[in-house]
Design a protein around this ligand. Structure first.
Ligand code: SF4
Ligand code: SF4
Length: 301
């Protein structure tokens, strides 16, 4: 998706609002103004957009979200749960309707499977956490019917309005795809014909997940993507250039061991494996756990 100007985004929102104001679908929800402003700030949207975005979220039917777990550790969901503004509660009660999430939903067994079948008849967006074992599919079977993760993914992807690979596992295969990769796991875009937006990171920040999903909910189109189908607003800049240890890198002050005094005193972690100079991600800016910290600040590169 090419980059849309603020004027184009404003026009899309005005048009969507106008249609809803005269529609029987119109709702009247409370939406936290601060949360909308924060989403708009992350996306560098123009001054006129937050007011329109808030109105849209107030009156629009919530976007249905299906969150699928494949070959993964659930760390991406953990990251999402630690969101501050919008909070996770706001996310699933105000901005989206979380229809299916195996870790968080109350339903299980056949009831959960019924939910999924029901969702297939409606409009929804799909977030996938985890890589897919698409060749030897028995490496991941889910639920009472013993369907493979690959079968469920294909079924949902065929109907989804947009597909988001949340985390490095679903984007590129992740930890289970490491050599010798006995389960032959890969990223979901390798086996799907549909467009997949990658939101990599192990895990990605809550901000990158929520804001990317919200962009689609708001404008009905995908944000600008780079050559790896990552949202440019989040993955467009080199992490190294935003790092608080960069001055030490420039001065040649490097940590030699993970637990040495230099690490604690802010030395650069390049010699102990930091891949910051080749990594494009906004984590020094948005951080994790409600902006508490990020890996390089904690000293493990
Ligand atoms: S990307 Fe990392 S945190 Fe997310 S599921 Fe995979 S291993 Fe876990
Ligand atoms: S710690 Fe890593 S990201 Fe930070 S300045 Fe050093 S090499 Fe760059």
């Amino acid at each position: 998706m090419a980059k849309l100007s603020n004027e184009e985004l404003k026009n899309i929102l005005e048009d969507r609002i106008k249609k809803l104001e005269n529609s029987t679908l119109k709702e009247d929800k409370f939406i936290n103004e601060e949360s909308v402003k924060i989403l708009a700030r992350h996306l560098s949207l123009g001054n006129e957009i937050p007011v329109l975005a808030q109105r849209f979220f107030q009156i629009a039917p919530k976007t249905k979200l299906v969150w699928l777990h494949l070959c993964e550790c659930t760390g991406c969901s953990e990251s999402l749960l630690r969101s501050e503004l919008p909070s996770f509660d706001e996310l699933i009660f105000d901005f989206f309707s979380l229809e299916y999430h195996e870790t968080l939903m109350a339903a299980n067994g056949t009831k959960a499977e019924e939910l999924l079948e029901h969702v297939l008849e409606e409009d929804f967006i799909l977030a996938v956490e985890g890589g897919v074992a698409a060749i030897d599919t028995f490496f991941l079977t889910i639920g009472a019917q013993g369907e493979s993760g690959y079968e469920i993914l294909e079924k949902l992807a065929a109907k989804a309005k947009a597909i988001f690979a949340v985390g490095t596992c679903s984007s590129y295969g992740g930890i289970q795809a490491a050599y010798p990769n006995p389960s032959k796991t890969c990223g979901i875009s390798e086996v799907l014909s549909q467009k997949v937006v990658n939101i990599p990171g192990c895990p990605p920040s809550d901000v990158n997940i929520i804001t990317t999903l919200s962009f689609f909910a708001l404008f009905g189109v995908l944000p600008e993507l780079d050559e790896q189908n990552r949202p440019v607003w989040a993955y467009g800049k080199c992490l190294h250039d935003m790092c608080e240890r960069k001055a030490k890198f420039e001065s040649g002050i490097f940590a030699e061991h993970f637990d040495d005094e230099a690490t604690k005193n802010g030395a650069c972690l390049f010699k102990i494996g930091c891949k910051g100079p080749y990594t494009y991600n906004n984590c020094p800016k948005v951080k994790f756990n409600a902006k508490t910290s990020w890996p390089v600040a904690a000293g493990h590169g």
